[in-house]
Design a protein around this ligand. Structure first.
Ligand code: GSH
Length: 313
């Protein structure tokens, strides 16, 4: 099997979520450091336009979004699993919980970090992240976020208190005695708030169970990584072929079938480019398209369904 390649940069909280996910399974992986701001000339040929961080590559299969990445890691490396052994949970509850951490709570953390940085943000970074996370009216939104920083911090406090209370039992991790996908998803927000907001340390200081859990997740580490150049990653895509079989799904509400040309983009307007390609595999959770570029040859690019809009061209 081809190696796991993560296209990422150290400061990215969502990359930290996936690094912890790799650590939970103690996997070996290669790290390609990508720029924090566009253009990302060595990433875009792989994804077809998706510019967010991180992206996982395994040969000529490209996984966009941490949701899709963690799901694929669970599929390829099922042991140790990301879901607790308790059969009542299986995969459903963990994934549903990650929509709370990754959608609402992540958005509030971003708000606090960007608003809390005030004028310290470099102008190009503020403009890029402002448009990405606050939409077309980002300047007005960012100003409003600065004015209501204390309100948003109170929102965060209440939700971190939920995590603290949740951890007050005898369990080491959120859904049991071993760490799983929900731990990785909650941890990256704590990591982000502590590391990137001046008020983070204080906010977290009242939560002893949360802090003990944070220390345990930190100890898990990131698996075993070694650097790889972007040029080598592109060559790997060019020299391999997708291992994803073509598949249809008769229950797909959008009636997407292999061979149809579609575009895919996040369903929140962050000013991002929609990726176009030919449907290769369809399921309730994932949509996979084939696309070509001179730098990569044919690649199969995978996206989650939840949080993404697919349009038939
Ligand atoms: N839903 C995406 C969110 C990814 C995301 O917003 N990542 C941030 C970095 S933590 C990002 O892409 N920032 C802009 C960039 O890196 O260009 C996921 O779960 O992977």
């Amino acid at each position: 099997m081809s190696e796991i390649i993560l296209h990422q940069y150290p400061q990215s909280p969502v990359a930290e979520k996936v690094r912890v996910g790799l650590g939970i399974k103690n996997l070996s992986w290669r790290s390609v450091e990508i720029p924090r701001l566009p253009p990302k000339p060595d990433l875009i040929p792989l994804t077809g336009g998706y510019r967010r961080t991180p992206v996982m590559q395994i040969g000529a299969d490209i996984y966009c979004d941490s949701q899709c990445i963690l799901r694929e890691l669970e599929h390829r490396y099922p042991s140790p699993g990301y879901y607790p052994a308790d059969e009542h949970y299986s995969g459903g509850i963990p994934w549903a919980l990650t929509r709370w951490t990754d959608d609402r709570l992540f958005a509030q953390c971003i708000k606090v970090v960007l608003a809390g940085a005030g004028d310290d943000l470099p102008a190009d970074f503020a403009e890029d992240r402002g448009r990405l996370y606050f939409g077309p009216e980002w300047q007005t939104e960012l100003k409003a976020a600065r004015n209501e920083l204390q309100h948003t911090a109170a929102q965060l406090r209440a939700q971190f208190a939920w995590l603290n209370d949740w951890l007050a039992g005898n369990r080491n991790y959120l859904l049991g005695d071993t760490a799983g996908v929900v731990d990785a998803c909650a941890y990256h927000l704590v990591w982000f708030i502590r590391g990137r907001w001046a008020g983070g340390e204080k906010l977290l200081s009242e939560f002893p169970y949360l802090q003990a859990w944070e220390a345990s997740v930190k100890l898990i580490g990131h698996g075993i990584s070694a650097d790889l150049s972007a040029t080598e990653a592109l060559a790997i895509a060019r020299d391999t072929q997708t291992t994803t079989p073509e598949s249809a799904d008769v229950n797909d509400p959008q009636e997407l079938t292999p061979g149809t040309t579609i575009t895919i983009a996040p369903d929140i307007d962050g000013g991002e480019v929609a990726v176009s390609g030919t449907v290769h595999a369809v399921s309730a959770d994932t949509i996979s398209v084939l696309r070509d570029s001179p730098q990569t040859g044919q690649v199969c690019v995978h996206f989650p369904r939840v949080g993404y809009r697919v349009n038939v061209v």
